[in-house]
Design a protein around this ligand. Structure first.
Ligand code: A3P
Length: 323
């Protein structure tokens, strides 16, 4: 693997250096590159290209997909808790109690060459922030099941702005909200434009309803219980009557709630995530900020909110999708 990966490394570097580039500002002196119609942090692109080329999906794989800051951490925890409930739900060895959800369900674009080619057969759960049209071909060809989560772009933006402030290691105020909002509206952020990201998966979910479960963060907040049941059915492991009687659905809901997860020692930790630390320095606690719907109201000026809403309406018009 070493030779193959270093040859690829050079190959990817060459391709990356030819891609359109712009200064990101979300992270200190971070460059964004445009690749297959979306903007990505430059240091993530090698992993993205290597996942596209090396990752071989199995038909049994289940993917958690999202634009960054849409509720990925929560969805990872829920899907893992559902799939492993027989082993772990009553157990103090549940990985969710000792590891960040991102270290339990990895992103394929951050896997090493070895991890990408040799998979853990016990755990069919994987995740990615890649847009639908950029997924490794085998994911689509194998008809892998996909659970996608999206969120009101206003809340997504506010969440991303706070997160970026932490990533820069300085105070978020050094990237003024107005300026960040403008960049966000132009799609100039990792994974942006978020609207195109959502639309790609939305259209796929209409085309292949049996292999895609499309979830809004707001709906998930509103009725987590129903979505946990639905996710279990979708993943092929519906709750039995007996499990329902035992209250297992609620058990999963509670375990993965913001209150419980964010108060676990591991998730309060200032340590860096083991699977993400090669890509950016982020403390585990930074994946848990507020976990509320509508927090944008506390940050966005009327015009900023209106601008984002206008783009949302325009981009989603005729799609059947709205926020
Ligand atoms: P806020 O910044 O609005 O609080 P991602 O996981 O895709 O990075 O998204 C992060 C957002 O999900 C953050 O939103 C975070 O607080 C929220 N979040 C994390 N865990 C959650 C949970 N268990 N329940 C609800 N929201 C959660």
């Amino acid at each position: 693997g070493t030779n193959a990966s270093s040859t690829n490394h050079t190959k990817y570097e060459e391709i990356i250096s030819t891609l359109p580039r712009i200064e990101g500002r979300w992270r200190q002196s971070q460059q964004l590159r445009e690749y297959q119609g979306f903007w990505f942090a430059q240091n993530m692109l090698q992993g993205i290209m290597s996942a596209q080329e090396q990752f071989k999906a199995q038909p049994t794989d289940i993917f958690i997909c999202s634009h960054p800051k849409s509720g990925t951490t929560w969805l990872k925890a829920l899907s893992f808790a559902i799939l492993t409930r027989k082993r772990f739900i009553y157990s103090s060895t549940n990985p969710l109690l000792s590891e960040l959800p991102h270290d339990v369900v990895p992103f394929i674009e951050t896997l090493s060459f070895t991890d990408i080619t040799s998979r853990d057969p016990e755990l069919p759960l994987l995740s990615t922030h890649l847009p639908y049209t950029s997924l490794p071909k085998s994911v689509v060809e194998c008809k892998c099941k996909i659970i996608y989560i999206c969120r009101d772009p206003k809340d997504l933006f506010v969440s991303m702005w706070h997160f970026a402030g932490k990533l820069r290691g300085t105070r978020a105020e050094t990237f003024p909200l107005e300026e960040a909002c403008q960049k966000f509206c132009e799609g100039l952020n990792h994974g942006g434009p978020c609207w195109d990201h959502v639309l790609g998966y939305w259209k796929a979910s209409l085309q292949f309803p049996e292999r895609m479960l499309f979830i809004k963060y707001e709906d998930l907040q509103n009725d987590t219980f129903s979505y946990v049941r639905r996710m279990a059915e979708f993943m092929g492991c519906p709750f039995s009557m007996e499990e329902e009687r035992q209250g297992l659905v609620q058990k999963v809901v509670d375990l993965c709630s913001f209150e419980i997860l964010s108060n676990l020692e591991v998730n309060k930790s200032k340590k860096h995530s083991s699977s993400l630390r090669h890509f950016f320095k982020v403390e585990k606690n930074e994946f848990f900020r507020k976990g509320k719907v509508g927090d944008w109201e506390n940050y966005l000026a009327t015009e900023m909110a209106a601008t984002i809403d206008q783009i949302t309406e325009q981009k989603f018009s005729g799609s059947g999708l709205s926020f």
